[in-house]
Design a protein around this ligand. Structure first.
Ligand code: PMP
Length: 320
C-alpha cells in the first residue's frame, strides 16, 4: 500500500518527497525529529495517535535549541499529521516521523543564516525490538553531556552515539545496549528509557543522567501510580544495580514496554518477565490502542467514526 508525506507544505506520494544532496541537515545532523505511533484498533476500525501533542511540544523545544524556526504551531502540526495519517489509510500499527531541519543547500558548520523546513511521513511499523524480553549489555559508548550535545532533545546528529551503541550490542549477540552517563551512572537504551523494580518501587534515571525525557517514560510513571499505586523514584543508578534489580524494562514509543531478561549475561530476577513489568505492559497496551476509558485524552482518533473500507479512490485523487 503506497504511503504519503507532508513535504514542502503539500501531501505527496512518499517516493516524490526528495531533498538535495547539499541539504545542511544531511551533512551536520542539524535536524530535530520525532517518532510517534499510531496504534490500530481493529474492533473500532480506528487508528489512535498516542500523545501527539506531547511529541510536537518536544519537537518545538528541540527547535528552540537548534534555532529552527517552525512555520506551524504545535496545534497545526497535530492537525496536518492527523490528515496525513488519514490519507495513508493504513489498517495496522504505524510510525510517524516528523523532521524539522536546516534545509539550505549550503555548507558551513553553524546554526545561523540558514533556511528551515519541515516534513513528515508515515510507515507501517510493528514491534521495534524483535524479542519478547531483551538481552542487554552495558555499552562501551557513553551518553554525551548536555554541554556536548544535549540528550534531552531529539537532534539527528546525536544519534551517531545511539547507533554506535546499538550496533556494538547487536554485533556482540545482544538485543539492546544500555548506555552509561559520562560519570558512570545508568542512563538509557539506544532508543529507550530504562526502569528497574527495586523493593516494589520503580527506579529510573533522573533528567540529570543524560537521558531523553521519554513520553513513554512519563506515561509509565503515571500509569504505575494511578493504576497500580506504585511510586517512581528518580535517581542516579549504579551499574551493579542493574544486575541485582528485581525487574528491569525499557520504554519507548517504538519499543513500548519491553522487559529485560538479562544484562551482561546476568539474569534479572529469575530471567522471566517480572510481575510489575507484565502488569504495566498490559495496561500500556490497552491505553495506547484506545481501549482504556481513563486515558482516551492521550489518544487522537484519525477517522471520525472508524475506517469503514480500504482507502477510497476519491481520497487518493485529492492528495495529488
Ligand atoms: N531515549 C532515546 C535515546 C530515544 O531515542 C527514545 C525514543 N524516542 C527514548 C528514550 C524514549 O522516548 P519516547 O518514549 O518519547 O519515545
Amino acid at each position: 500500500m503506497p504511503s504519503y508525506a507532508y513535504f514542502q507544505k503539500k501531501f505527496v506520494p512518499l517516493e516524490e518527497a526528495k531533498i538535495g544532496i547539499m541539504t545542511h541537515a544531511l551533512h551536520y545532523g542539524t535536524a530535530i525529529f520525532e517518532g510517534i505511533r499510531g496504534n490500530w484498533n481493529s474492533q473500532k476500525k480506528q487508528t489512535y495517535i498516542f500523545r501527539l501533542k506531547e511529541h510536537y511540544e518536544r519537537l518545538a523545544r528541540g527547535c528552540r535549541v537548534l534555532k529552527i524556526n517552525l512555520a506551524s504551531s504545535v496545534d497545526e502540526l497535530c492537525q496536518l499529521t492527523v490528515e496525513l495519517v488519514a490519507k495513508c489509510g493504513f489498517q495496522e500499527d504505524i510510525y510517524i516521523r516528523p523532521v524539522a531541519f536546516k534545509s539550505s543547500q549550503a555548507l558551513g558548520v553553524r546554526l545561523h543564516n540558514l533556511d528551515d523546513d519541515f516534513f513528515a511521513f508515515v510507515i507501517p511499523w510493528g514491534p521495534y525490538l524483535d524479542c519478547d524480553k531483551a538481552r542487554c549489555c552495558v555499552s562501551s559508548w557513553h551518553r554525551p553531556e548536555d554541554n556536548v550535545i544535549p540528550p534531552q532533545i531529539k537532534a539527528a546528529g546525536i544519534y551517531i552515539n545511539n547507533a554506535l551503541a546499538k550496533t556494538e550490542a547487536i554485533s556482540n549477540g545482544f538485543d539492546e545496549a544500555i548506555m552509561l552517563s559520562p560519570d558512570g551512572h545508568v542512563s538509557e537504551g539506544s532508543g529507550e528509557n530504562i526502569f528497574l523494580v527495586i523493593d516494589g518501587k520503580l527506579v529510573t534515571p533522573a533528567s540529570q543522567n543524560n537521558i531523553l525525557i521519554g513520553i513513554t517514560r512519563n506515561t509509565v510513571i503515571e500509569l504505575a501510580e494511578k493504576e497500580l499505586g506504585i511510586e517512581t523514584v528518580h535517581r542516579a543508578i549504579d551499574r551493579s544495580e542493574l544486575y541485582t534489580a528485581d525487574e528491569c524494562f525499557l520504554t519507548g514509543t517504538a519499543a513500548h514496554v519491553t522487559p529485560v531478561a538479562e544484562v551482561d549475561h546476568r539474569p534479572i530476577g529469575n530471567g522471566e518477565i517480572g510481575e510489575i513489568t507484565r502488569k504495566l505492559q498490559e495496561i500500556y497496551a490497552r491505553v495506547i490502542r484506545g481501549e482504556h476509558p481513563g486515558y482516551m485524552h492521550w489518544c487522537t482518533p484519525v477517522y471520525n467514526s472508524g475506517l469503514k473500507n480500504q482507502r477510497s479512490k476519491t481520497q487518493v485523487k485529492n492528495i495529488k
